[in-house]
Design a binder for this molecule. Structure first.
Ligand SMILES: [Zn+2]
Length: 197
């Protein structure tokens, strides 16, 4: 449950970032739709959003489509269509929340390698089929002997064991790393923490 709350926070924060000029009421309506599970997916680029009279909906259902990089909602075709067309309605916003939430729930195989290194560091993943996210944070202000925290997140869509070779604190090491099953949100949270900590 804790997890779901955290994920909800992540997707809501993302929506706020994507649409910084939207009002709190817009955001609240989008969140209400999302929390009431009113979004269901019809096919790859089409979703149905249940209408909610308390949010001003006149129809029982709205259809949201994603085409050529933008969303279209059937409420655009209503009497306020011309005004709304240039806007992102809260049906679309609910679909964005739903999609992002579903994406974060997808399984992924991952390993996190974090090390503190004095001076030069280097890591090589000896497998071209994995993705590597690298993050570096400087831990001191020493120009002659800088200290870094280096975090590598290795991910793959398939189970994998991968070999890494790294240099840290003037040592060269080689290791086998097993990517274990997790969810995408765990990786995103780890990445956020490495960034802001
Ligand atoms: Zn709409």
């Amino acid at each position: 449950m804790e997890t779901e709350k955290n994920m909800e926070k992540i997707v809501i924060r993302e929506l706020g970032r994507k649409f910084p000029r939207k009002t709190n009421s817009w955001l609240r309506r989008a969140i209400t739709r999302f929390r009431e599970n009113s979004v269901s997916q019809l096919n790859e680029n089409t979703w149905i959003v249940k209408g909610n009279p308390r949010l001003g909906d006149k129809y029982p259902n709205y259809m949201v489509r994603f085409k050529d990089g933008r969303y279209y909602c059937t409420c655009f075709e209503s009497s306020w269509g011309s005004r709304r067309k240039s806007d992102v309605c809260t049906h679309v916003a609910a679909v964005i929340l739903y999609r992002e939430y579903s994406r974060l729930m997808e399984p992924i195989y991952a390993a996190v390698i974090s090390m503190e290194c004095l001076g030069d560091y280097y890591l090589d993943v000896l497998d071209s089929e994995v993705n590597v996210i690298k993050q570096v944070k400087t831990l001191n202000n020493n120009n002659i002997m800088p200290k870094y925290r280096v975090t590598y997140i290795i991910t793959s869509n398939d189970p994998k064991t991968t070999k890494i070779r790294y240099v840290c604190n003037e040592e060269i090491k080689e290791e086998e790393v097993v990517l274990s099953l997790t969810k995408k949100y765990v990786i995103e949270t780890t990445r956020d923490q490495a960034n802001y900590e």
